[in-house]
Design a protein around this ligand. Structure first.
Ligand code: NAG
Ligand code: NAG
Length: 475
């Protein structure tokens, strides 16, 4: 009898543990300019598979200084456009049936009215109701002057934040992702802390007043330690942000005079000084050492490669960190020097027999042919990085970006979204990070989790050990 009761209590404890073990975050960036690529490279909201992402980011929205509001970059962000709306194809009528099915004329299929891209993006939540959508503000084409103008003066910042809330609610986003690339002066750092704090407080306020779920607040941030130290007061911003998306890529590229890895997981034993900071582990350590809880950190994964032209045309040095002179040739779809999407790399490996190697020390692959050299990520390196996410108890991983993976499954022979699927499968197979139970809605107004963590640990201790022993002795 005693044994039975004890077993029951232990099972109950395990159950409580498991319901509290949270899913890992899989953040997916959608880019609104990938619609302009040709053929199989063209990417529209209808290409997104909402079952693979927990958070979906729409990149990017602009800053409209005159109206103190976020604003669209692309006309069809907000205006319906037939050319980018999903097309419902009529069922093919079998030959000889004269358009009749069972003797009845088939009812005409109504084409849904064209939708804006925001709309198409946000109705993806119908297919995955747990998924959250966020609008990413900024990106590389919004400059620091625009951020400073809108966020430095208190009054303008307040207006912009209020208009952001209207904009997000109007277009049915669940949150905002700040993509200032990058705050760099002491004044920028102060402005960034202020804007993060004010956004969070206004989001809480609005949720309280309107009885809606609070809008989420995230930021995409720098990866290189000197840039992090210049741009962010980690301890001040981390508590206000739901997640911090680490742009943990672009560590090396054609701007160097040697080849190098776009997104190595670890440093190389031969690296010295600041070179040892050019990897994902160094980035994660910097944010954690700076006072950020690992449970806020989301590791960025690049679905693309950085390319180089090797220095010697004849018998080039193909080893990593060998001499290079500039960018590799552009891809047929992404069309920019020094850069190739994962699917374009697959095509080169398969069709043009590029030679692939895997660097065990830094946990990334590279490929080359003649004087062309590319560093990228494949399923193997992505899996390794997801295990790293779990080992460091990070919140999860994000990808930049959906349109660089083999989303059609047409190039790599690994099915649709081979890299993103690897992220999802690997993280789902690992025990998620545990979070405090949120007992009441008002806990939302508390900024830090630490108090709850403490109470919760005590609760677990009670359930797991003290309570069973107590009962055991009682019966
Ligand atoms: C920043 O962007 C704005 C709007 O695109 C432009 O008018 C301005 O000249 C840019 N400023 C700098 C310093 O590049
Ligand atoms: C682009 O397409 C052409 C013709 O099909 C091919 O020869 C070339 O290698 C391709 N380039 C890349 C980078 O895939």
């Amino acid at each position: 009898m005693k044994l039975f009761v004890l077993t029951f209590l232990l099972l109950a404890a395990v159950f409580i543990h498991s319901i509290n073990s949270q899913q890992y975050v899989v953040g997916c960036y959608f880019t609104n300019w990938a619609q302009h690529r040709q053929g199989l490279g063209r990417f529209l909201p209808s290409h997104i598979d909402p079952s693979l992402c927990t958070h979906l980011y729409y990149a990017f929205a602009n800053i409209d200084i005159t109206n103190r509001s976020p604003s669209p970059f692309e006309v069809n962000d907000v205006k319906p456009s037939p050319s980018t709306s999903p097309v419902i194809v009529n069922d093919v009528v079998k030959p000889g049936s004269n358009g009749r099915l069972n003797g009845q004329l088939k009812p005409p299929i109504k084409q849904p009215p064209p939708m804006s891209m925001y709309e198409q993006f946000n109705i993806l939540k119908h297919k995955n109701p747990q998924m959250k959508t966020l609008l990413s503000l900024g990106g590389a084409s919004v400059n620091a002057t625009q951020f400073r103008t809108i966020f430095e003066p208190d009054k303008i910042r307040r207006d912009f934040i209020r208009n952001t809330i209207k904009y997000l609610r109007n277009y049915k986003f669940d949150g905002l992702d700040l993509d200032w690339e990058f705050p760099e002066t002491e004044s920028d750092r102060r402005i960034f802390s202020l804007l993060v704090r004010d956004y969070r407080l206004e989001f809480q306020n609005e949720a309280f007043l309107t009885d809606r779920s609070r809008l989420l607040l995230t930021a995409a941030v720098a990866a290189y330690r000197p840039k992090i130290e210049a741009g962010y007061d980690i301890k001040e911003i981390a508590p206000y942000l739901d997640y911090i998306n680490l742009m943990a890529y672009d560590y090396h590229g054609s701007w160097n005079t040697h080849t190098g890895f776009n997104s190595p997981l670890y440093a190389r034993s031969s690296e010295k000084g600041d070179k040892r900071l050019l990897n994902q582990q160094a980035t994660v350590d910097t944010w954690i050492d700076g006072g950020c809880s690992p449970s806020k950190l989301v590791l960025g994964l690049g679905m693309y490669g950085r390319t180089f032209k090797l220095k010697q045309k004849k018998n080039p040095d193909t080893k990593p960190y060998g001499p290079s002179k500039g960018a590799g040739l552009p891809g047929n779809y992404t069309a920019s020097n020094g850069f190739l999407s994962y699917y374009e790399i697959c095509e080169l490996i398969k069709k043009q027999k590029w030679h692939t190697e895997y660097d065990k020390e830094q946990q990334v692959p590279y490929a080359y042919k003649d004087d062309q050299w590319v560093s990228f990520d494949n399923q193997e390196s992505i899996e390794k990085k997801c295990h790293y996410v779990a080992s460091k108890r990070l919140a999860g991983a994000m990808i930049w970006s959906l349109d660089f993976d083999d989303f059609n499954g047409a190039f790599c022979g690994q099915g649709k979204y081979p890299l993103l699927t690897t992220v999802k499968k690997t993280l789902d197979s690992l025990q998620g990070p545990t979070t405090p139970i949120r007992i009441h809605k008002t806990t939302q107004t508390t900024i830090t989790n630490h108090g709850y963590l403490y109470n919760y640990s005590f609760f677990l201790l009670l359930i797991n050990f003290i309570f069973p022993i107590f009962i055991y002795h009682l019966i």
